[in-house]
Design a protein. Sequence first.
Length: 201
Amino acid sequence: MLVLSSPSGAGKTTLSRKLLASDDRITMSVSVTTRPPRPGEVDGKDYYFVDVPTFHRMRDEGELLEHAVVFDNLYGTPRPAVELALSAGRDVLFDIDWQGTQQLGETAQQDLVKVFLLPPTAADLEQRLRSRAQDSEEVVHQRMAKASDEISHYTEYDYIIINHEVDDSLVKLTAILQAERLKRRRLTGLSSFVKGLRDAL
Ligand SMILES: Nc1ncnc2c1ncn2[C@@H]1O[C@H](COP(=O)(O)OP(=O)(O)OP(=O)(O)O)[C@@H](O)[C@H]1O
Ligand SMILES: Nc1nc2c(ncn2[C@@H]2O[C@H](COP(=O)(O)O)[C@@H](O)[C@H]2O)c(=O)[nH]1
C-alpha cells in the first residue's frame, strides 16, 4: 500500500497518473467524496461522487478503510476494491491526507509505505493551485491557509520528495516502490526459492 500525501496542489494527482501509466503492477484506490466534481472529473475514475447520507451509510456499514473531513468535505477509501487488489497480489496507490494515512497505519503498518510530497516553494504551491484553474479563489485561499498544518505532518512519513519537476519526482517515486518491493519480507516464495537453490548446491 503506497500512500502519497501533500498539501493540496503539490502534485499528487499528476504524479499518481504518471506512476500508473508506467507501472502495471499498481492499482489506484478511487476514493469516495462528498465534494462536487471539478470540470472534467469523471465519476468512478477520479472519485465516486456521493451525497452526505450515502457517505454516512458507507462509513456506518464498514465499507470504508479510512475516512476524514478534508476542507469541509468528506473523503474515504472504499474497502472492497483495495482488498480485492491486494489479494490478487497487486500494489495499491492511495492519494489521501495525513488523517487517512494515520488510520491505515493503525491496521496495516507493515504493509504501508508513506511518501510525502513537498512543493519547492510556497509561491510554487499557490501557482499550482491557481494553474489547475478548477477551484474558486475562495477554495484556493482556503487550501493555502491549511497548507502549513498539512506540511507539519511530514515527519510521519517514510519518504519525502520535493516535487520540483514531475518526471524527476517519478524517477524518485519509482525507486522507492522498487526498493520497497525488494524488501525480504515482501518477497513471496523466497524461502522455497532459497531452499531449492541450497539443495542444488
Ligand atoms: N512538478 C510540477 N511542476 C509544475 N506544476 C505541477 C507539478 N506537479 C503538478 N503540477 C500542476 O499543479 C497543479 C496541481 O497538481 P495536482 O492536481 O496533481 O495536485 P494534488 O496534490 O493532487 O492536489 P489536491 O491535493 O488538491 O488533489 C496541476 O495544474 C498540475 O498540472
Ligand atoms: N483521508 C482521505 N483523504 C483523501 C481521500 N481522497 C482524497 N483525499 C485528500 O483530500 C484532499 C483534497 O482532495 P481534492 O481532490 O478535493 O483536491 C487531498 O489532500 C487528498 O489527498 C480519501 O479517501 N481519504
